[in-house]
Design a protein around this ligand. Sequence first.
Ligand SMILES: C[S@@+](CC[C@H](N)C(=O)[O-])C[C@H]1O[C@@H](n2cnc3c(N)ncnc32)[C@H](O)[C@@H]1O
Length: 293
Amino acid sequence: MLEALDIFNNIEGMLCADTRAQYNHEKPLPFYSNPSKSIKLYQGDSLAILKKVPDCCIDMIFADPPYFGNQSGLIIKRTDGHAATFDTQKAQWAYSKSLNYQFEFHYTWLKEAQRILKQGSTIWITGTYHSIGVINVVLQDLGFKILNDIILHKRNAPPNFKGSCFRAVTETMLWAKKNSSGRTRFNYRVMKELNGGIQMKNIWEYWAEKNPFRHPATKQPIVLEYAILAGSNEGDVILDPFAGSGTTGFVAQGLNRKCIMIEIDPNYCQLIEDRLEGKYGEFSRKTKAKNEI
Ligand SMILES: C[S@@+](CC[C@H](N)C(=O)[O-])C[C@H]1O[C@@H](n2cnc3c(N)ncnc32)[C@H](O)[C@@H]1O
């Protein structure tokens, strides 16, 4: 089996092994690579790129795939300190798509995700209440073992301005293992310790921080902290196929994990590079066990 350092150092060669001729024998370069932080970012379509990753070499996957639920063209004005507006015309990856399209999309990338995960390793997937249902069905169809649905409770979520339904303060994250066999890679004791010596629940509550950069769907670093600490160890290779603003890499390097990210939009890739280079501040760990405080 490939060791973490091998997979991380040789990822360019392996990603493109069967298309090298088309590249004129040139190695495709990552959009951004930071060897001291063990980060590599590839710009491109995950559905194609994941096919180039060898079997059973990734220790953990965190994925926040497109939601396919937004109305195209809607411009949301924000006054909560985040980027001033969220123009969904620019976030075309979030546009509504047919159920058939969504099923096909999630099936394609999840099949590869399952293949590249090591035995016993896990995947964390977030989504809206629309998209997570499709993802749940695909996970079961592919033979993943769903371990938990984790409720992310944002304490300071905005109200429902129109008053047309309840105020939405939660998001569901599915946590699943490659398949039913083998021991699950789960740092149970670490998480219990972080929770004051009490078994951690599947509800993670947090106050959302404001971001000084523009990405409409940035995950809160605390969510990544919990997932990474629970599902991986120092030196492990984590992969994020829909990197967005790079929260996974930002937190992974802070927790001494290696991270490979894929993002289709070059503007977001630039944002990730800037973020990883400290333009918006350095990572500071939020979770601490009692004996670490
Ligand atoms: C929900 S956002 C991820 C946000 C991310 N978790 C963060 O913390 O910033 C989904 C991202 O997937 C990207 N994306 C959509 N389709 C993609 C594809 N086929 N391959 C790679 N990236 C894709 C979008 O550009 C978008 O930035």
